[in-house]
Design a protein around this ligand. Structure first.
Ligand code: ZN
Ligand code: ZN
Length: 172
């Protein structure tokens, strides 16, 4: 996703940028982009700073870490950036001072936002995706999806009546 810096002026302009899923080269566990990533933003310039304020939207297909079902999740995330244009000789000295500012060479006419998108999407992606909070998962013994039906092996181990009996016998 590339933004044309020359077209951004003191007058705020509304832009819509899109990146194809393959372009971003995301490598996430149990998750794949199923739509392009869209950045709808307002952009303006104030002296040598360029402000980009907007919303990133996309849909992710995730695989539930417990039952392995695949499901889609739409995301809508705020991404506000400030690009600070600096002459090349100042770029190196100031490059690591502030984190909220992105230092770029004032000679650039375009800026690629792929890294910012990758960071945003990766941070938002759950480490352990679940189709729902209380997903019962698969039976570790027979592989039955316990959201859909029970199985005999689990009922024997987790039957609350057995638990109650165990407690009784422990107390005696
Ligand atoms: Zn699940
Ligand atoms: Zn089972």
């Amino acid at each position: 996703m590339e933004i044309l810096l020359d077209s951004i002026t003191a007058d705020p302009s509304d832009l819509e940028l899109t990146a194809e899923a393959a372009e971003l080269e995301l490598h996430l566990d149990l998750a794949n982009l199923v739509t392009p990533v869209t950045y709808k933003l307002t952009a303006w310039r104030m002296e040598d700073e360029i402000f980009l304020n907007g919303t990133v939207t996309y849909t992710m297909q995730q695989t539930c870490a417990r039952c392995l079902n695949e499901y889609e999740v739409p995301y809508s995330l705020t991404m506000d950036l400030v690009l600070q244009m600096l002459p090349d000789d100042q770029l190196r000295q100031e490059a690591d001072e502030g984190e909220e500012f992105i230092m770029i060479s004032s000679s650039l006419t375009t800026f690629v936002l792929d890294q910012q998108l990758r960071d945003l999407i990766t941070l938002e992606n759950p480490l352990k995706p679940l189709c729902r909070e209380d997903c019962a998962g698969l039976c570790p013994r027979c592989g039955t999806n316990l959201n859909e039906q029970g199985c005999n092996c689990i009922i024997k181990e987790d039957d609350p009546r057995w638990e109650a009996l165990k407690k009784l016998s422990n107390n005696n």
